[in-house]
Design a protein around this ligand. Structure first.
Ligand SMILES: [Zn+2]
Length: 259
């Protein structure tokens, strides 16, 4: 009887260890403020450490620039070594997101970020982590503010205000007569309502509201405060035009002249 029992025990041990490997592919974990990072690739190299430091700084920047307080829950950040392991992991959990290059999902428990390593993936990571910090602090975030801020905070800090490719692109469009339309942008409710033009305009408003006149910045801060308190925030455009009546003209000049 000893022989078969031994074989059974060995089989169980082998089976359970392979199961653990299949479900827990992580080789590195980090806790940084809100973020619980788990990664399929090592994070000790200089480049990874630089990216991790940026993510930690991003959380502070988003909260302080917007005058927000972090919520109690943490944010799970999942880093994958390739697109194939990313897709395999998402296939059973968030199949509708498998074809997106990066993903933030707000669960009822906490938020989750999914990003895979590729050239420039740190931009995706900062973008999705911005969504995560916003949704951690607020019960909901209007689509155009959510994407505008994620676009604004996605470059490294030193390139944030003047190094975003949206700046040169929008200046060219302004030269050819581009005008903002905040009322229309505010109607966006789903990602499908946001094309490249909407992302760029949302970025421009975020840039103006954070770097433009103090009154505009205050309107954004008050608006987000009302949302954080569970109040009906209403139309942002109406509130902005009360304080900054020529906001759309000022936005154009702000982008045109920004250095
Ligand atoms: Zn986004």
């Amino acid at each position: 009887m000893r022989g078969p029992l031994l074989i059974l025990i060995v089989w169980l041990a082998t089976n359970s260890s392979s199961r653990v490997r299949a479900e827990e592919p992580w080789v590195a974990t980090r806790t940084m403020g809100l973020f619980e990072v788990r990664s399929e690739f090592a994070l000790e190299d200089v480049e990874s450490q630089r990216i991790m430091t940026q993510i930690e700084g991003l959380q502070t920047d988003v909260l302080t620039h917007l005058n927000l307080t972090a919520g109690e829950q943490s944010v799970e950040v999942n880093l994958f070594r390739s697109q194939s392991t990313y897709r395999a992991f998402l296939s059973s959990r968030v199949p509708e997101g498998m074809n997106r290059p990066a993903l933030f999902v707000q669960g009822t428990d906490y938020g989750r970020v999914y990003v895979y390593r590729r050239r420039g993936f740190d931009t995706d990571l900062r973008h999705e982590c911005t969504h995560a910090v916003l949704h951690n602090a607020l019960p909901y975030v209007p689509m155009w503010i959510d994407e505008g801020l994620a676009e604004y905070f996605e470059p490294p800090r030193e390139q944030r205000s003047a190094g975003n490719p949206h700046l040169a692109s929008l200046r060219r469009s302004i030269f050819f007569g581009w005008k903002p339309n905040l009322a229309r942008l505010e109607q966006a409710e789903n990602l499908s309502d946001m094309g490249a033009a909407e992302y760029r305009e949302a970025w421009a408003w975020a840039h103006f509201l954070l770097n433009g006149p103090a009154d505009a910045r205050q309107v954004l801060s008050d608006y987000l405060y009302d949302i954080s308190e569970g109040e009906t925030a209403g139309s942002f455009q109406t509130r902005l035009l009360e304080r900054v009546p020529d906001a759309e003209r000022q936005l154009v000049n702000h982008i045109r002249l920004w250095r």
